[in-house]
Design a protein around this ligand. Sequence first.
Ligand code: DX5
Ligand code: ZN
Length: 214
Amino acid sequence: MLVAPSILSADFGNLARDVEAICQGGCDYVHVDVMDGHFVPNMTIGPVVVEAVAKAATKPLDIHLMVEDNNFFIDLFAPLKPEFISFHIESEKHANRVANKIRELGIRPAVVLNPHTPIESVEYLLEYVDMVLLMSVNPGFGGQKFIPSVVERAVRLKDLILRRNPQCLIEVDGGVSDQNIQELKKAGVDVVVAGSYVYKHPQGVAAAIESLKV
Ligand code: DX5
Ligand code: ZN
């Protein structure tokens, strides 16, 4: 299992320190949640702060856009050369065009589905993306309760992926912990995002990351 801790649960007064801690603690990607206050009822960070995160990180960035205007934010973040930029299918009228644009910028495109968006809505996008992110909470905030139906959704998505683009990864985001990591693994999930579990773990971030590497 690849682990992408979400810096949303970091101490923003010590952001560089907390980014370095997860990188040294063995994470695979640094998950960056970008919220615009329109697509989700919360706002987070823009290019100046994400640039500071990129500077502190020794692992590639996984930028999760929760915004209405994907094109605007892709242009802002592309110069930072993240590994992935993911956009929500619910906020995009021209998903195929946006996925191609991300790839042309030298970044791996990923598409995100809210917990109740049908898996089939991305079937014909699978050949254009490198990853599908399934939300296991309603996006907007860290520390929410895991919605268990994501496990069944991952199994069904895996089936479509095997038919359309076997290279495509499945990522799950929201409420992930050592309590659900085994069932996610069994369902075929490749990458997990974890914010509060990693940053609030009593044994520290490295132990938390280790416990998710199943
Ligand atoms: C929620 C974000 C998540 C969030 C996960 O909108 O996309 O990445 O930070 O936090 P936890 O792991 O605390 O649910
Ligand atoms: Zn996220």
